[in-house]
Structures are given as C-alpha cells and as structure tokens.
Design a protein around this ligand. Structure first.
Ligand SMILES: [Fe+2]
Length: 314
C-alpha cells in the first residue's frame, strides 16, 4: 500500500496482523493527515515496525500520536539517571541482568509472553521500543496478536471463556509463573527490579476480562497475559487451571508469533491492549540495550480485588 508520505508493507511471513512502515520522515510525523493515517494503521494492525527512523526525538514525537507519555507506575519516585524522563531503559548486561535457563539454554534478559502491567488495574495503551545496542546474536522481540489468537480458537472454547476474568499478580522472577512459557530456573535477577516487590500497588491481585471487543472495530481480543496470570476468577481450581492452560497454550503456539530480529535504526510500536510481546533473551556475555516510551491510557476493564496475596511475592 502506498500513502503519499510513507510506504506500508506486511511483516515477513505475512501474519494477519502487523505492518512495516518505510519512507516516513521526521518532518512528515508533524503533519496532521499523516498522524491520522498512522493512528488508523495502529488500530488496524496492532504492531508497526518503523525502519530507518530510530532516534530519541522521533521516538517521542511518534509516541505522542498515540497518547500522552506515562512513567512506569512502579518507577514513579525512583530517581535514576536516564536518557530522557519518558524513556524506560531496558538493558541486559551480564554484571546486572536477569538470567534464566529455558529449554536447557541460558538466556539473559528473557521475558515470557505478556502484556505490560497485567498486575495493575490501568494498563498502558502501548509503547515504542528502540534498539540502542543490538546484540551480536539473539535479543529478538516476539509479538502475538490477541485478535488473531481469538479468531483461531474453536467456537466451543470461545463460548466457554466469553464472560470469564483472569486474576493477575506481580512477579519479578518468571520461573515462578504458573502459565505460558516458564523457564526451568532463574540464575539471577537484576537489582533494578527488586524495589517493585515492595511497591504497595502490587499487594492485591487484579483481574482483567479474558475477552473484550476492540472499541474501534468490534473485533474480539483474547486478552490474556500468560506471565502474571494466576487463575480464572471464581474457578480457582484444577478445572479452571486446565481451561486457562489450554487457551494460553493455543495462544502462544509458535505459528501465532512474529519474531522480530532487530537491526539498528528499527523502532516498534505495539498496542498493549491487544498484542502480547516477549523478549527472547540473549546468550550470556552479549549486551542488549532497549529504549522504550510508554503510552498512557486506560481501557477501564481492570479491577483490583480487595484481598491480599496469600504468599509473599518473588
Ligand atoms: Fe513488556
């Protein structure tokens, strides 16, 4: 597809979601007509790879098309020097990084399939990732579309989950996850995240609907973050766990995913109310540095429960 101001192509492998934007200039981002086209593309496709544009100011002005910047709620009040106050720095370095064993391999900075802030009532609209340091090997980011994942479910399963809610709780160590792709072992956790376990906002569990409809299109979204999910509400038993496991295992099948292999100057925008993402991790010894804007918003379907967690957080 050709617009006047940029070119749109499908992602490699031609998934039902996602797009690559090329030939866009920083000047064009200021144009109201272009901004509307980029907003419509985001609503339609869920994830956009921008080629040849990666630069701090461009990242921030692109991000502002989709909403106000948001500081990560668990980072508010934490003073730490960073490139820009709206930029979150997601770095893996061997000296202070998360290291896991997954399927017998060591992976630094691995994050399993999730949407951001599932353990909060208010989940951010989206984000833009920029690669500041691309590792020599590994470091890919995966995306799975909740709309495509919902469409792929059999009808009886769609009906069973229609009105269910999933309970979430914060955890820093993904080897303690109950669902999804779970590492066998956590060998180390970055010191940067330990404060989050003390944060008052993560003391109570939160629920989100398993299915909801995208406001602009009415398309149904399978709205489950495998990481941080602990149970189906009012089905906190073996039957509920088996149902949730079945739906999640279908959702994260390898053929549902687009795995992006970063090159310098790439930026990726994703819709956090629709897409799962996963940091696939790097071999230990590699360095990977990502810069992320977070786009504020509230889909208003999250709900905090008034009970506290039974077990301590980890
Ligand atoms: Fe994330």
């Amino acid at each position: 597809m050709h617009h006047m101001d940029f070119k749109v192509s499908p992602l490699p492998g031609n998934p039902a979601f996602g797009a690559i934007v090329t030939e866009l200039t920083p000047e064009a981002i200021q144009n109201q007509h272009v901004r509307q086209q980029l907003l419509d593309l985001f609503t339609d496709k869920g994830v956009i790879v921008f080629k040849g544009l990666a630069e701090l100011d461009t990242q921030i002005s692109l991000s502002e098309i989709y909403g106000e910047p948001e500081i990560h709620p668990l980072l508010v009040g934490i003073e730490r020097p960073r490139e820009h106050f709206v930029i979150a720095e997601i770095d893996y370095v061997e000296e202070d990084g998360d290291l896991y064993e997954l399927n017998g391999e060591l992976r630094g900075g691995f994050l399993p399939w999730h949407f951001d802030l599932a353990y909060m009532e208010k989940i951010n609209r989206g984000g833009i990732l920029r690669a500041a340091v691309v590792p020599n090997s590994g470091g890919e980011t995966g995306f799975i579309d909740g709309i495509a994942a919902y469409d792929a479910l059999p009808d009886d399963l769609k009906q069973r989950i229609e009105d269910l809610h999933v309970i979430y709780r914060y955890s820093a160590d993904s080897s303690t996850a109950r669902f999804g792709e779970i590492p066998e072992k956590c060998l180390s956790l970055s010191h940067n995240i330990s404060f989050a376990l003390e944060h008052p906002s993560v003391r109570n569990p939160v629920t989100h609907p398993m299915v909801y409809a995208q406001k602009e299109s009415g398309r149904k979204v399978l709205n489950i973050s495998p990481w941080h999910a602990i149970a189906i509400e009012e089905m906190e038993n073996d039957e509920g766990d088996a149902l949730l496991r079945d739906v999640i295992d279908r959702m994260i099948r390898p053929e549902m995913a687009y795995i992006h292999d970063w090159v310098e100057d790439d930026m990726i925008l994703w819709d956090n109310w629709r897409m799962l993402h996963s940091a696939r991790g790097v071999p230990p010894g590699e360095k990977r540095k990502m810069r992320r804007t977070t786009i504020a918003g509230d889909y208003a379907l999250g709900r905090r429960l008034d009970r506290e967690h039974a077990e301590p957080l980890r």
